[in-house]
Design a binder for this molecule. Structure first.
Ligand SMILES: C[S@@+](CC[C@H](N)C(=O)[O-])C[C@H]1O[C@@H](n2cnc3c(N)ncnc32)[C@H](O)[C@@H]1O
Length: 234
């Protein structure tokens, strides 16, 4: 039997280190508030939660201990960081923790059939134009989906938490596309899985992201800094 392990291509600096990824995203977004809000929507008590993709496992810090958590990501460095550092350092103790080095679209490989909650955080803009497929597949096996996405914003309105990042983003948005592509490839959102060509077509602003959520059947939209969280229930 040949075992096929899916690998990713070249990743930017940010996706090569879980520590750096957390450091950058904490300066851009209110990660603690965002993930604790997502955890509140998941709720307390025994529940099966599938986190697609789990990234550096930040969500686990805020989950109720009775939860059975399953996360998948194709970034083996992020998964290694969770296994070696995150769980011990944060003293994370959930009823069950399963981490998979998997493509998020491989739904047939997730444990059991039904999930109480599927979390889709900061992923839709990475997988454009397959974002609708992911939501529709998730709907088939989840009782609840919690989605969270940043919206593309006018540089003047960027509310990155850190002043330095505000300036970097302000000038970054005005760079010519070929230069932006190189910077993205080496330093920014290049996850090694989804191409810049596709990712850069995601252009939902505050209004259209809300509209998109509504069309896809998501309600209860909450704004946290430059991101929107919304809920779908079966
Ligand atoms: C912006 S991060 C979000 C991670 C996490 N949900 C969070 O909010 O911190 C995007 C992640 O998606 C992963 N990813 C992108 N496409 C994927 C795919 N098709 N299968 C598995 N992981 C994928 C990348 O490896 C990266 O860790």
């Amino acid at each position: 039997m040949v075992l096929k392990i899916e690998t990713a291509g070249f990743r930017s600096l940010m996706y090569r280190s879980g520590w750096l990824y957390n450091a950058v995203t904490r300066r851009l977004y209110d990660q603690d508030k965002k993930f604790s809000t997502i955890a509140t929507f998941i709720g307390k008590g025994p529940k099966k939660v599938l986190d697609l993709p789990c990234g550096t496992g930040y969500l686990m810090r805020f989950l109720h201990p009775a939860i059975e958590y399953e996360g998948a990501d194709l970034n083996h460095r992020f998964l290694k960081r969770i296994r070696k550092k995150e769980l011990k350092k944060r003293n994370i103790k959930l009823t069950k923790i399963i981490l998979r080095h998997k493509n998020i679209f491989d739904f047939q490989d997730y444990q059991g059939k039904k999930k109480d909650v599927i979390v889709l955080c900061d992923i839709l803009h990475h997988i454009y134009p397959k974002h609708i497929d992911l939501i529709n597949i998730a709907k088939k096996i989840a009782n609840k989906i919690v989605v969270c996405e940043p919206y593309v914003i006018n540089p003047k309105e960027i509310s990155a938490r850190d002043k330095l990042f505000k300036i970097v983003i302000f000038f970054g948005k005005h760079l010519p596309k070929p230069l932006l592509k190189i910077i993205d490839f080496l330093l920014l959102d290049n996850d090694g899985i989804n191409s810049f060509q596709m990712r850069s077509q995601w252009n939902l602003d505050e209004k259209s992201l809300k509209e998109f959520y509504k069309v896809m059947g998501f309600n209860n939209v909450y704004k946290i800094l430059d991101e929107y969280i919304a809920i779908w229930e079966s």
